[in-house]
Design a protein around this ligand. Structure first.
Ligand code: IPM
Ligand code: MN
Length: 380
């Protein structure tokens, strides 16, 4: 039997609750498709600080290096907001992304028909919305040096820096994805003000010449933010640098009605990192009410992009669609008066459906992997 090793990093807040449901669904996939998943947990974020005094403990570093894929919950804890930077949960996440070299972050935003009325955006604007955000993840302001705060505290600096190869490699992921979708890449920048954005625009334009079958347009980030709510169906693949992508992806979540629904895949040369885009939500942590669908949809992305098991990924995605169409709702996506279920019940419903083989199989080529370096050797 094929065996995959998955490092599970539940992290903080609602992270452990939602990843538990992701694992449940992964085990159901294993039963249905005859695959063995070895799942082991390692601390990250505030959990890492508590366990080992480090938001990315050595034990976790070693484990993700050995894994075929990494499933992550969320990081962030109210108690550590003012901690020194090396002890912040977010520092652990950024170090993890850098360690894995996952430069391309894919955030699909698809409006599901049964949830159209959950968004504050008018339903007629939401018809056909299917955006893939491709966010550069290991460069830009998040990592640029110099950075820091002067000893007096009254001056601080961060550095926005990108090199041509960093832009080229993530642009290729966007174009490859567009080729298998509606053949439009919208590249976001602030080229009217920033030199880095001018380099971004020039480089994306040059890469675009390798893809004559894909249309390329460039938008300033302020206008892109507006169009994302006024005419979201106009986007296919949205290509952004790190910080712009962070901001625009939360905005895009408004279209689907809840941040709790959205998954992500972070890909590079080695093992991929798969995580819901929602945060640790400390206000609802431990209550069993969080929506696990973002984490479960991240498992689908893990299967599709991390392990290249498209049939298994399809089964999970179809199961999510089926339970939502049947009216299953966690608190965040329920209309007033609608019955609500908890994290675990939602996870069980989806897992049962995956196991029962009731969701059909539509196998397709794995979308963007061809833009990435060959998968790491642990995958056979
Ligand atoms: C995200 C998160 C992270 C980011 C934080 C937790 C560092 O907001 O994945 O979007 O800004 O990248
Ligand atoms: Mn974010």
């Amino acid at each position: 039997m094929k065996t995959y090793t998955i490092a599970v990093l539940p992290g903080d807040g609602i992270g452990p609750e939602v990843t538990a449901e992701g694992e449940r669904v992964l085990q159901a996939v294993g039963q249905r498709f005859g695959i063995a998943f070895t799942l082991a947990h390692f601390p990250l974020g505030a959990a890492g600080v508590a366990a080992a005094g480090d938001p990315l403990p050595e034990e976790t570093r070693a484990a993700v290096r050995r894994a075929n894929a990494v499933l992550l919950g969320a990081v962030g804890a109210p108690g550590l907001e003012h901690a020194p930077r090396h002890l912040k949960p977010e520092t652990g996440l950024l170090a993890l992304r850098a360690l894995l070299g996952v430069y391309a972050n894919l955030r699909p935003v698809t409006v599901l028909a049964p949830l159209v009325d959950r968004s504050p955006v008018k339903p007629d604007r939401l018809r056909g919305v299917d955006v893939l955000i491709v966010r550069e993840l290991t460069g830009g302001l998040y990592y640029g040096e110099p950075r820091g705060r002067d000893s007096g505290g009254s001056r601080a600096v961060n550095t926005l820096v990108y090199t041509t190869p960093e832009i080229e490699r993530v642009a290729r992921v966007a174009f490859e994805a567009a080729r298998r979708r509606r053949r439009l890449v919208t590249s976001v920048d602030k080229a009217n003000v920033l030199e880095v954005s001018q380099l971004w625009r020039d480089t994306v334009t040059a890469v675009g010449r390798e893809y004559p079958d894909v249309r390329l347009e460039h938008l300033y980030v302020d206008y892109a933010a507006m169009r994302l709510v006024s005419n979201p169906a106009a986007f296919d693949v949205l290509l952004t640098e790190n910080m712009f992508g962070d901001i625009l992806s939360d905005e895009a979540a408004v279209l689907v009605g809840s941040l709790g629904l959205l998954p992500s895949a972070s890909l590079g040369a080695g093992a991929g990192l798969f995580e819901p885009i929602h945060g640790s939500a400390p206000d609802i942590a431990g209550k069993g009410v969080a929506n696990p669908i973002g984490a479960i949809a991240s498992v689908a992305m893990l299967l599709r992009y991390g392990l290249r098991l498209p049939e298994a990924a399809d089964a999970v995605e179809q199961a999510i669609g089926t339970v939502l169409a049947a009216g299953a709702r966690t608190r965040d996506i329920a209309a007033a008066g609608e019955p609500v279920m908890g994290t675990r019940e939602m996870g069980e419903r989806i897992a049962n459906l995956v196991r029962s083989a009731e969701c059909g199989v539509r196998s397709e080529d794995t979308p963007v992997n061809s833009a990435l370096p060959t998968p790491h050797s642990a995958l056979e």
